[in-house]
Design a protein around this ligand. Structure first.
Ligand SMILES: [Zn+2]
Length: 243
């Protein structure tokens, strides 16, 4: 990585008071959580449908057994630990320099690292509710159930608070994320190709002058970035100082 870029980034972090970080799957890959969209060679032998089909509302209603077989195997990583990016962002918040993390991830690793103001656009595997009586269940409950988790209170199907394809995003979460981005003085986007809705729409609300893009591969927004960093995000953040 070019040292000049790290220096520039550090200077902007030092000068900022309302940093917002917007992240995607790439933030968690260094914690050992693969992007579920990256289908491996074994995938087609194990599943008859693409991930986007299995993770849809229609599919959940039609075949919760198969949904949960995929969900247990491909979406849950209870042993995953926060990496340097998660930890540094939590430190920046504690230091009063970062106002919000907006994430497309559902793994809860930002909170595990100590972040408090986190907008989880696509929900979280840590929250689950009975579809019938709305009783809350945590991740341990879902992990402990074979197949489709059933509510011990009423027998209803327990559904993760994860936004499935065809489902609407939570409006309060969206509004909170939008406001934070609008008021930011430094927007850092990392570990996302910005191809997934509503990422691209949200960054249009940014009014600041400093937009940093950190991604291993090119994105359609590279030309809009004031600072473009092609590096693994955890590795990069491990070299940033909070001061
Ligand atoms: Zn119930």
């Amino acid at each position: 990585m070019e040292e000049a870029k790290l220096e520039q980034f550090q200077q902007w972090v030092d000068e900022s008071r309302r940093i917002v970080f917007f992240g995607g799957a790439g933030v968690s890959t260094e914690s050992g959580i693969p992007d579920f969209r990256s289908v491996d060679g074994l995938y087609n032998q194990q599943y008859a449908y693409p991930p986007e089909t299995i993770l849809s509302h229609t599919f959940f209603e039609r075949d919760p057994e198969e949904f949960y077989r995929f969900y247990h195997n491909k979406m849950l990583f209870p042993a995953a630990k926060p990496n340097a990016a998660h930890r540094k962002l939590a430190e920046l918040e504690q230091a009063g320099k970062l106002t919000a993390v907006v994430t497309q991830n559902i793994d809860g690793l930002h909170q595990a690292a100590g972040s408090v103001n986190v907008y989880e656009l696509h929900g979280s595997v840590h929250r689950n509710h009975c579809m019938k009586c709305h009783q809350f269940y945590d991740l341990d409950f879902v992990m402990g159930q074979e197949g489709v988790p059933r509510c011990p209170v009423c027998g209803g199907i327990v559904k993760p608070d994860v936004v499935l394809y065809e489902e609407a995003l939570d409006q309060n979460t969206m509004m909170g994320a939008l406001r934070a981005i609008q008021q930011a003085d430094l927007l850092i986007i990392g570990g996302t190709s910005l191809a997934v809705y509503p990422a691209a729409g949200l960054i249009q609300y940014y009014e600041g002058r400093r937009l940093v893009l950190i991604n291993k591969s090119p994105t359609p927004y590279d030309s809009q970035a004031d600072l473009l960093i092609a590096a693994p995000i955890g590795e990069f953040f491990s070299r940033v100082q909070v001061r």
